[in-house]
Design a protein around this ligand. Sequence first.
Ligand SMILES: Cc1cc2nc3c(=O)[nH]c(=O)nc-3n(C[C@H](O)[C@H](O)[C@H](O)COP(=O)(O)OP(=O)(O)OC[C@H]3O[C@@H](n4cnc5c(N)ncnc54)[C@H](O)[C@@H]3O)c2cc1C
Length: 395
Amino acid sequence: MENYDVIVIGGGVIGSSVAFHLARFGAKRVLLLERETVGSGTSSQSSGILRTHYSVKENVELARRSWDVFKDFAAYVGDDDASCGLVQCGYLICSGDDEKLEPLRASLRQQEAQGIPLKYLTKQEASQLLPIASFDDAALIGYEPEAGFGDAYMVATSFAKAARHGGVTVREGVTVQRLVIEGSRVVGVSTSVGDFACGTLVSTQNIWTPQMGTWVGRDMPVVPERHAVLALECTSAPYTSAMPVFKDLSSPGMLYYRSYGGKQMLVSEGLVGERLPSTDTEQGDVPLDYVAEVGAQVAARFPAYDAAGLASSWTGVYDVTPDWNPVLGRLPGVDGLVMGYGFSGHGFKLSPTVGRVLAQEALGMLTDVPLAPYSIERFATGALLVGKYGSGAVS
Ligand SMILES: Cc1cc2nc3c(=O)[nH]c(=O)nc-3n(C[C@H](O)[C@H](O)[C@H](O)COP(=O)(O)OP(=O)(O)OC[C@H]3O[C@@H](n4cnc5c(N)ncnc54)[C@H](O)[C@@H]3O)c2cc1C
């Protein structure tokens, strides 16, 4: 049986980041196992927005540290050809005079206290940045000039490539089917191509994490939720890549927007999505009634989009935990198992730091940030990481 110091299950943006960081920290025998191909899971469905705006301060810290990686990605992974597809167009977030106003104010203050560069904009200043939007009802507008969007698939594959260069064995098309356990300790995995032994196992299986729950006989609080994404085109008012990502807290769907393909508008809801009965990343239906409903909200904010056409639509699946925040760290009661799942629609922007701290945890190092707030035990103790905006990926 091949023997590894650390095995990582799942080659999404999180698992490939873990593998890269394991090599970076000097781990010699590391194996990354991916059922299909690297980045082919939910990472390939990501809208790619990179912001540090969060209402949960622990998330701000993970995002801030990750941002430092994204803005100099090729150098970080040590590969001149690597790219995270970064478009540094800024991030604008606004609330009307409603129940989102004070949560927004408090979150912006929290970010400032954590040293995030941000500005408060007047309606006129916001209109200069995003002239296709109307800010008539805006009561508070925050702006993160350094933020933007990137490409999660490119990040996953770049981390995996750099991991390979660092000595990690990356095996695609290999499905982990169960664990090999001795006493209370995980000592390996059984897969579609045979067994592999390991000292430590890292599970970054996203919506497939309940499999791990079955293998260890434990409930993993997470549900798969499908979300629709629309690309709209309005020739008279293109959403160019110079225009900022925009979060409209006051819209009924808490919509988020960004430029798509340099002229289209990518738009999606920031609310609870469609709960799926099984782990399935197949494309779901996007009914025209739904498009019309979201389209009406878009036109309320972007008047010219009353005449916009639907260029394309797709769906993606979030791994949603009860408080819409991830589980990071060792699984109590099972020795040698580190978990990283439950990113609830906002894991891409955290992936460099999450990969780094999970690698540190797997190697018994001090983690850059404390993992205790992200412990799975919080769902039993009630010490949840609840965001100020309620349920949703803005968290
Ligand atoms: C529509 C949509 C929009 C989003 N927008 C944003 C955004 O704007 N900004 C942001 O930060 N985040 C966003 N996200 C979230 C972000 O994309 C995810 O949190 C992140 O990509 C998750 O990465 P992952 O590695 O956990 O999961 P995945 O990419 O799903 O990777 C998990 C991998 O594990 C593999 N696997 C599972 N079980 C096994 C097994 N038994 N054996 C072998 N392999 C296995 C799977 O095949 C899969 O490839 C969005 C997500 C969606 C769906």
